[in-house]
Design a protein around this ligand. Sequence first.
Ligand code: C2E
Ligand code: MG
Ligand code: MG
Ligand code: MG
Length: 294
Amino acid sequence: KNYCKPDMKIMFYDDSMYESRMMERRLENRMYHALGKGEFEVFVQPKVDTDLNNKIISAEALVRWRDPDEGYIQPSRFIPLFEHNGFLENLDLYTFDVICMHLARWNREIDPDLRISFNISRSYIFKEGFARRLNDIADIYAVNKSNIVVEIVESMLFEKPDQLINIIMEMKHYGFKIAMDDFGSGYSSLSMLKQIPFDILKIDQGFFRTEKNNEEKGRAIVDVIIQLANRLGVEVITEGIETKDQLDFVNRCGCHMVQGFYFYAPMKIEKFETLIALDDGFDKIEYSKHLYDN
Ligand code: C2E
Ligand code: MG
Ligand code: MG
Ligand code: MG
């Protein structure tokens, strides 16, 4: 049979596979220790409103692992692994805690309307008592829950849709806002737009990452999703905006909330705090380039 062919074996056990297995083992052996040591850092990426002179209205919490030997490890290298082995729920709770602590203070001292969004793992959201746990943590910090956005990836819907709707309803009952992340990236179905009571739609950045000959198609889809969101009365955000040209395009389509490297990359909490505390007349984008970062 095909899978017994000797050359296939060579492919399965080649050096790079072996190395990546070893790397995973190394990360798994260190993860609990790393959490205790504070090696996971919560970064935030600002979202701006181009109708409000590019004011920072929100930010997304994105975790990074600062390994003492390796430096920063990006989420793509450990999120899938931690999702698989269950550790991600610890990390998500930690991130949520850090965010609630800072947001309560920022809302009190800097901007009462500032929001922070965060991502949750698909394995954790279905755990018994998940929503209540978030609610309890938010209550400890007395943070305004309508300023906390829970980002859910659309692919979660296809596992247990009824159960997920109940969890979303429970989170909304506590006052959290719900965003559909990476919308259009995989399994989206339009009927889900009327079934799921989410508040914000985040368009997948993949539509901007197409080859040249598909660029127009990607943009046509983005255009229609923005119109659809506006018609449905839900907020719409485009992420992954890297160029002025992309920005002008989504603005013309009717989307004014934007997240992407064109404005800001994910940054340390301290830098973010410095930025939001600056006067709104200030050119924060230019200024942010001079602030210390990773
Ligand atoms: P996501 O939730 O869709 O987050 C957006 C990703 O796009 C981030 O990657 C961000 O750095 C990147 N990005 C933002 N603007 C641009 C841009 O203009 N151009 C390009 N090329 N990329 C941009 P990051 O931080 O590497 O995170 C990747 C994914 O890992 C996230 O996708 C999210 O699904 C997951 N993730 C990150 N932090 C956490 C976490 O604390 N918990 C969980 N459960 N998942 C997380
Ligand atoms: Mg996200
Ligand atoms: Mg996303
Ligand atoms: Mg993504």
